[in-house]
Ligand binder design. Structure first.
Ligand code: ZN
Length: 203
C-alpha cells in the first residue's frame, strides 16, 4: 500500500510564517500538482494531529488552508467542554483566497496551540462568530458562517495567510507548555486561570 506523504511542518522563525501569502491563481488551482499538495496537507494535518493546516506551515506562501475537526476529536471531549467551546465536528474542506468578516464580536477565550509552535499553548481571545468568503479546491465560491470552535479554527488559519501567529494575539501571561497546562490548569475554568496569572503579576 502506498504510504501517504507527510510533509514537514515549519516552525516559528521560518520567514514564510511572517509573510503575507499570495493569492492562488485559477491556473495554479487547476494544476494536478495542487490536488496532490492538498492531499499531502490533509495527511500531514491528520498525522500531526491538528484541526487546520495553512500552506505557509509547509513552507508554501499561498492563500490556502485545509480544515477538519474530526468526530473522534470532538466525541472524546466531555459534554461540558464541548458545549462551552461550541465545538462540533467539521468535515474536511479547503479554503482558498479567504477573507474574514466578524459577525459576532463577542470575545471567546480559550487555550489555543499551533503546529508551528510545537508544544506550547496560550489563552487567545477571538470573536465568537465570523463569515468567510473563499473558494473551494475546485475554484467554486463559498460562503461560510461559523461560530465557536470552528470560527476560531478559521481565524487561526487565515491569520497564518497574513503572517500572523497566535502569539501575536495571546494573553502573554498565560503562555505555557502544553503538558504544564494538563498538570496544573487542565480542570480550572479559563477565567480563573486568567485571574490567577494576572494576580501574580509583579508591579
Ligand atoms: Zn497555527
Amino acid at each position: 500500500m502506498l504510504r501517504k506523504k507527510i510533509l514537514p511542518i515549519v516552525q516559528l522563525g521560518h520567514p514564510v510564517l511572517r509573510a503575507r501569502a499570495k493569492d492562488v491563481t485559477p491556473a495554479e488551482l487547476a494544476d494536478p500538482k495542487t490536488k496532490q499538495l492538498i492531499e499531502a496537507m490533509r495527511a500531514t494535518m491528520l498525522d500531526a494531529p491538528g484541526v487546520g493546516l495553512a500552506a505557509p506551515q509547509i513552507g508554501l506562501g499561498w492563500r490556502l488552508a485545509v480544515i477538519e475537526d474530526r468526530p473522534e476529536h470532538v466525541d472524546g471531549l466531555d459534554p461540558e467542554t464541548r458545549a462551552e467551546r461550541e465545538r462540533a465536528a467539521v468535515p474536511f474542506h479547503v479554503i482558498v483566497n479567504p477573507t474574514v468578516t466578524v459577525e459576532d464580536p463577542e470575545p471567546a477565550r480559550f487555550f489555543e496551540g499551533c503546529l508551528s509552535l510545537s508544544g506550547f499553548v496560550a489563552v487567545v481571545a477571538r470573536p465568537l462568530g465570523v463569515r468567510v468568503d473563499c473558494l473551494d479546491e475546485k475554484g467554486e465560491p463559498r460562503v461560510i458562517h461559523a461560530r465557536g470552535w470552528y470560527a476560531r479554527i478559521l481565524q487561526h488559519e487565515i491569520d497564518h495567510l497574513n503572517g500572523i501567529v497566535y502569539v501575536d494575539r495571546m494573553e502573554t501571561r498565560t503562555f505555557m507548555d502544553g503538558e504544564s497546562l494538563e498538570e496544573h490548569w487542565g480542570d480550572i475554568d479559563i477565567d480563573e486561570v486568567r485571574q490567577r496569572h494576572e494576580a501574580e503579576r509583579q508591579p
